[in-house]
Every structure is written in structure tokens, then in C-alpha cells.
Design a protein around this ligand. Structure first.
Ligand code: GLN
Length: 486
């Protein structure tokens, strides 16, 4: 049955296509039909269903079953440039932008046989924690229609949780893969900086941005990471290191692994549910044979203010290219300067304008030393904290977020409370480390809560293994009833 197809994990779908129990057309049709019935969630910005079905048909005519994602349909965050298919970054200013090139990460995915179904909603230029800054409207969390799906990869988390796509990719600058994964009961991995190419991804903050997989389970996440992580000459920050076949080398044997618990993550006002979840997580890790060690990351407190200087600074520079001349939307003006001003005032939303103003301010002469340079120095201290901790431990366990998913509209008028949601995720980006969020429990209302496992640089295999072992013990079940399907 069709509905059964969309319930399958990526690994099951790959297996069923390889053994010819299912065709790519059957699988693609099932996900397309379910996506069509799920418009209310507003996960898609651009649908490409007819093309997807065509490609599936072509795949079935000449199937290459040696590929890693043979004929698997998939929708991706609308921050990845897709050749000949509109790419908006959730912004009015790119409303009509059709790239003439493909991002490396998506190209890697198509090279392994997957098929693009469409582009998923996200916060404008990936700035946000709730998907409410998108020009294309907010996204609903399939757990409950009044809840945000997290952000900025909110369309991605919602689509995976609602089974509109078997897997997806998001981007994570300060938490945008891990936080939405946590809010929707799904798994999300932010790889080491330099692991996945940034070529063809609409830039937000270039020293922090990373693409990564989002999935229903750890194994699927490992498989997708193995596909997307490649060295790429087109990205000068891409790193040439030996990449594992993460899914093949996945093991639940984590006996003797040392897992650090940073005391600074016990933040003031943290809800008891989060504290309890963390304690449970520690017990699960012990059950798996891990050794728990208390550690300190003394500069954690400075991570958020540092991030909210560095990220806007880089954003203000990256976004200077949107001037109405080369890309997308243009407003008419009386002269060139007037046209620039009107284009940028009308084309960018409020959050993006706020970031551009903060970024321009902290980079301006007179304030550069006081803010930007200072932030860079603190960033180094945060990185040093992790380096010190990793002399004693193999990985670090923390909650993914300081709360479960909040209500749509709850934080839109209070940017600072929105920014506070990133408290556990941003240090990882500042230090360039890999981190994975796995669903680990529910709060009193039945909303999912996630745990984060942070690794050493390039040690994705280790955190995937720990996540894989813990996932089995946790045995998480997502409470999703298809309320949006009429
Ligand atoms: N919520 C953070 C921000 O708004 C992180 C976003 C991201 O990771 N893209 O900047």
C-alpha cells in the first residue's frame, strides 16, 4: 500500500528498490501523493513533482541498483542551489532566482541516484529558530498545528517528521539542523566545518555554515552523510580528510567511550523536563557501556553573544550582493542609489534587515575592535574549551534545546528570547565541531525533546555510533496523527 511506503525508513526503501520489491516510480508516487495532501503544513516553497515522477520512470527503465540512493525521491531545503529550479532562500529578494548551477552537496545526492521532489521552506536566509521569518509563510509542526517546527530548516524537519520525504538535507549555522530535529522528533547531524562543501549554498555566515542530513533515524542519517561529505575544490574551506563509509562502519558497540557532561550547560531557568531528559540520557549512555565524566566548558556563557556578533557580521557582508542588479527582485527607483535602497528595503524581511544592521555596526570603524575583533578572540577561547575537554573525553552529551517546540507567534516579538533558543547549539558551530541531535523523550504535553552529542573535529563516525547505540535504548516513538490530511 502507498501509505506503507512513506512509513518506511530510507534504509528499507533502498533495500526494497534494490531487491525490486518496489520501483522508484511507486516510491516517488507515494511521497508525491502524500506531499500533495499535506499542503496545509506549508513545507514546500517549490514543488517539482511532475519532473520527479518523470525521472523515477526513467530510472526504472534503466535502473542502476549499485547506487547508494537508487531512485529515492527527496526534497531539500531551499538554500541549496538547484540548476534550473527556483532557489529562494525563503526570501522575496530571490523570489524569481533560477540558478544555472547545482550545489555540490545536492549534486552528490543526484549522483547516487536520488530524485529531487522540490524545495523546502526555511527561515529567510536561514536566519531564525522557528521558520517564521520565511517570505513564504510559517511551517506547521506535524506534532501539533500550533507549534513551530523549529528553524531555520523548519520545512525540512516538518517534511521528514510528516513523512513527505524519506530524508532531507538542511544547513546549520547556529543550530538550524539540530534544533528543528529536536522539535519534531527527528535526527539531524551538523558535520564538522569543512566536511560538506558550501559551494552553491546560499551563504549566511560563511565561517559557520554547514550542510547536513536530517532523517527518521541514525542509520539513515549516516548513509546520507556518507553521500554528501566530499572534498570539493570549489569550496576553499573544504577539507581533504579521509571520510568513512559512515553507514557501513556504524556500530552500537560504544563500551568504554568517555562521554563528558559540561556543567555550564545547566543554565538558569532551564525547565525541569530538560534537566530530567539529560539525566535519562546519561543513564542510557551508561547502559550502553559508556563512561560518564564531568567536564567544564568555562566560556559557554559567551557563546551566544559571540555568535550574534560573528554571524550578523558575516551575513551583512554576504548579503551585500543582493542589490537588484545581479539577482532576483528589483524595485524601481529614481536613480541607482534609490533603486538599491528600495530593492533592499522591500526585498529583505525584518529579521534579515536587523542582522544586516547589527553586522554593519559591529564591522564599522570604531566598533570593529570593540565588538567584532573581541568576538573572534572569545570564539577562540570557546574552541580551546572544547580542545581541553577532548583531552579527557571522546564526546559530549547535552540537551539539544532549552525547551520543546514553542507556539507559532510566541517569540516573534522578542528576538532575544528567540536567540536564547540556540544556547546549546551555537558553541558547536563556533568551534567548527560535529554535533548530532537525536529524539530522546517527550515533555509533559507529549512534544519531542532531543539530546545532542558533540564530537571531536572529523569524528562523525564516533558520534553517529553513540547516537546509534543510544537510539536503541531510548526506543523513541513520535506521536504523529495525520491531522492535516483531510
Ligand atoms: N537560529 C540561529 C540564527 O537565527 C541559527 C540559524 C542557523 O543555524 N541557520 O541565526
Amino acid at each position: 500500500m502507498m501509505s506503507d511506503i512513506t512509513k518506511q525508513s530510507l534504509s528499507e526503501l533502498v533495500e526494497n528498490i534494490k531487491s525490486k520489491k518496489l520501483s522508484s516510480s511507486e516510491v516517488t508516487k507515494a511521497f508525491v501523493e502524500r506531499s500533495e495532501k499535506s499542503k496545509e503544513l506549508n513545507t514546500y516553497i517549490t514543488e517539482d513533482y511532475a519532473n520527479a515522477l518523470n525521472k523515477a520512470k526513467k530510472f526504472d527503465e534503466k535502473p542502476n541498483l549499485d547506487l547508494k540512493l537508487p531512485g529515492i525521491p527527496m526534497a531539500v531545503k531551499d538554500l541549496f542551489c538547484t540548476k534550473d529550479l527556483r532557489t529562494t532562500a525563503g526570501s522575496k529578494i530571490l523570489n524569481n532566482f533560477v540558478p544555472t548551477y547545482e550545489s555540490t552537496v545536492t549534486q552528490n545526492i543526484w549522483n547516487e541516484g536520488a530524485i529531487l521532489m522540490g524545495k523546502l521552506n526555511c527561515d529567510e536566509f536561514a536566519m531564525g529558530s522557528s521558520n517564521e521569518t520565511s517570505f513564504f509563510g510559517n511551517v506547521q509542526n506535524p506534532i501539533d498545528k500550533n507549534l513551530v517546527p523549529g528553524g531555520s530548516s523548519g520545512g525540512s524537519s516538518s517534511a521528514v517528521a510528516a513523512q513527505l520525504t524519506p530524508i532531507t538535507i538542511g544547513t546549520d549555522t547556529g543550530g538550524s539542523i539540530r534544533q528543528p530535529a529536536s522539535f519534531t522528533g527527528t535526527v539531524g547531524l551538523k558535520p564538522t566545518y569543512g566536511s560538506c562543501s558550501r559551494y552553491g549554498i546560499v551563504a549566511f555566515a560563511s565561517s559557520l555554515d554547514q550542510a547536513g542530513p536530517m532523517a527518521q533515524n541514525v542509520k539513515d542519517c549516516a548513509l546520507l552523510q556518507e553521500v554528501i561529505s566530499t572534498y570539493d575544490e570549489k569550496d576553499s574551506t573544504s577539507i581533504d580528510f579521509k571520510r568513512n563509509e559512515y553507514s557501513k562502519e556504524l556500530t552500537k558497540d560504544i563500551k568504554g567511550k568517555k562521554i563528558g557532561i559540561p556543567k555550564e550547560y545547566r543554565v538558569d531557568g532551564m525547565p525541569k523536563e530538560i534537566e530530567d531528559l539529560w539525566k535519562k540520557g546519561i543513564e542510557y549512555a551508561k547502559d550502553c557501556g559508556a563512561e560518564i565524566i564531568d567536564i567544564s566548558l568555562p566560556h559557554t556563557n559567551y557563546a551566544l553573544p559571540t555568535y550574534y556578533i560573528v554571524a550578523p557580521a558575516e551575513a551583512s557582508s554576504n548579503l551585500a550582493r543582493y542589490d537588484g542588479v545581479k539577482y532576483g527582485f528589483r524595485a524601481e527607483g529614481e536613480n541607482l542609489i534609490d533603486m538599491y535602497e528600495k530593492t533592499r528595503s522591500e526585498g529583505f524581511g525584518a529579521e534579515v534587515q536587523r542582522r544586516i544592521m547589527i553586522g554593519t555596526y559591529v564591522l564599522s570603524s570604531g566598533y570593529y575592535d570593540a565588538y567584532y575583533l573581541k568576538a573572534q578572540k572569545v570564539r577562540k577561547l570557546i574552541k580551546n574549551d572544547f580542545d581541553d575537554a577532548y583531552k579527557k573525553v571522546d564526546a559530549i552529551l547535552t540537551p539539544s534545546t532549552p525547551s520543546s517546540a514553542f507556539k507559532i507567534g510566541e517569540k516573534t516579538n522578542d528576538p532575544v528570547s528567540m536567540y536564547l533558543n540556540d544556547i546549546f547549539t551555537v558553541p558547536v558551530n563556533l568551534a567548527g565541531l560535529p554535533g548530532i541531535s537525536i529524539p530522546a523523550g517527550h515533555d509533559a504535553k507529549g512534544y519531542p525533546l532531543g539530546l545532542q552529542i558533540i564530537g571531536k573535529a572529523f569524528d562523525e563516525q564516533n558520534i553517529l555510533n553513540i547516537a546509534y547505540a543510544m537510539e536503541e535504548k531510548i526506543n523513541f516513538k513520535n506521536n504523529i496523527i495525520d491531522w492535516w490530511i483531510k
